[in-house]
Design a protein around this ligand. Sequence first.
Ligand code: ATP
Ligand code: PRP
Length: 231
Amino acid sequence: MPQILTLALAKGRILDETLPLLAAAGIHPSIDPDTSRQLILPTNHREIRLVVVRSSDVSTYVQYGGADLGVAGKDVLLEHGGEGLYEPLDLHIARCRLMLAKRIDADKIHGRLRIATKYANITRRYFATQGRQVEIIKLYGSMELAPLVGLADYIVDVVDTGNTLRANGLVPIEPPLAHSSARLVINRAAMKMKHAPIKALVHGLGKVVAARQGQPQLQRTSQQSWSISDA
Ligand code: ATP
Ligand code: PRP
């Protein structure tokens, strides 16, 4: 009996950018995720299936074994906790920076800063290391609006081209709180119980990513129990 591998993908950008990587590794969903409402997508490999979940839920699915593997942004893993998960591969997609930003015309703020963000944990930790108290206003999207309507002094959000900040009269404040790209994460128990198929999948994806990056092989990292080059 082949062991079934379940791979959780965050809908949206991560799904869109991961499917070409999977395709290059020879894995294709049998159902079009853009048109289907089905949440479990079989693939051309009988033993590999995809599940499509919210970005912030990927680590939960993988942590509790609802999925054996997952793909999520590092920003989301830092915010929602990727503890206890193996993170063997940087897929080098969905690259962005997590940045503090303010109105271009903002006066200097004295005292406690009000920061609107969906990255409440990362933001709190960042300012705690600076010994600065902040008030976090939790939002779930359109963070750029908050300083424009007086809801907050600053935002913390992901920035890629900077177009969204510019379009809304905001400026980023260097340095970034974090750099992010999508990571493959793996459930620890699955890593033991389904080692051979997981190793094959990581190896296949690793080769695709390395080829895209123009690297012959991936390097071993401290979090890996084995690396692509071992395969
Ligand atoms: P949710 O709807 O669950 O809040 P989301 O809106 O953050 O998720 P996406 O916009 O698809 O979902 O972003 C998924 C991931 O892609 C983010 O976690 C981040 O790592 C990365 N990302 C977000 N915006 C950009 C961007 N403009 N450029 C590059 N990468 C981005
Ligand atoms: C993200 C993020 C920013 C924007 C930053 O939003 O919340 O608003 O992208 O990207 P930029 O620096 O390239 O402008 P979202 O994913 O909703 O926007 P998008 O679909 O336009 O990338």
